[in-house]
Design a protein around this ligand. Structure first.
Ligand code: FES
Length: 175
């Protein structure tokens, strides 16, 4: 990871936006990357605005790497005020926002965020889906324990729990 990106990621995770469970969420999506063992969950709450159903708030919890946290922080801000369709139209590279283009080895971190967002925006998941988180190889951020405990307990938040394991063939998951 180049120095500029490293500094932007560090800056973003110094004060991550929208981190934590959204208690009264309308939908939730959870995605895991079986290759690197990272997981990310996103909650979404909608509101009506001029006859449109737009995203009022989106939050996330991550048992993932710093890049995934930085992208999730930006993406949850970015999709505010958008309809689900507008948010779904965003591409992986859009979600990394001010971080700019990610190096090939970090693209799957943004894909993890995109996957959780798509999973949440596609509607409530299957509350009976089995939860089988993989351990992370990187330090868990604040709040990550809640996600893992929740997953281990099979504790589905309102809207149901859907875990999607992303297929990933990125060759290098190290920083
Ligand atoms: Fe796998 Fe970032 S999500 S290293």
């Amino acid at each position: 990871m180049n120095k500029d990106l490293e500094e932007k990621v560090r800056e973003a995770i110094r004060n991550p936006r929208n981190m934590g469970e959204l208690k009264d969420a309308d939908a939730v999506g959870t995605v895991g990357n079986s290759d690197c063992g990272e997981m990310l969950r996103m909650w979404v709450k909608y509101r009506e605005e001029k006859g449109r159903k737009v995203i009022d708030q989106a939050t996330f919890q991550s048992f993932g790497c710093e890049t995934a946290i930085a992208v999730a922080s930006m993406a949850t801000e970015m999709i505010r005020g958008k309809t689900a369709d507008e948010a779904l139209a965003l591409k992986t590279e859009d979600l990394s926002g001010e971080l700019g283009p990610l190096p090939p080895m970090k693209i799957h971190c943004a894909e993890l965020v995109e996957g959780a967002m798509r999973s949440a925006l596609d509607g409530p998941g299957d509350a009976t889906a089995p939860a089988s988180p993989s351990p992370s190889k990187e330090a868990a951020p604040t709040g990550a324990g809640n996600l893992i405990e929740s997953l281990n307990a099979g504790n589905a938040p309102s809207g149901g729990l859907k875990i999607v394991m992303l297929d990933d063939d990125s060759p290098d998951k190290s920083d």
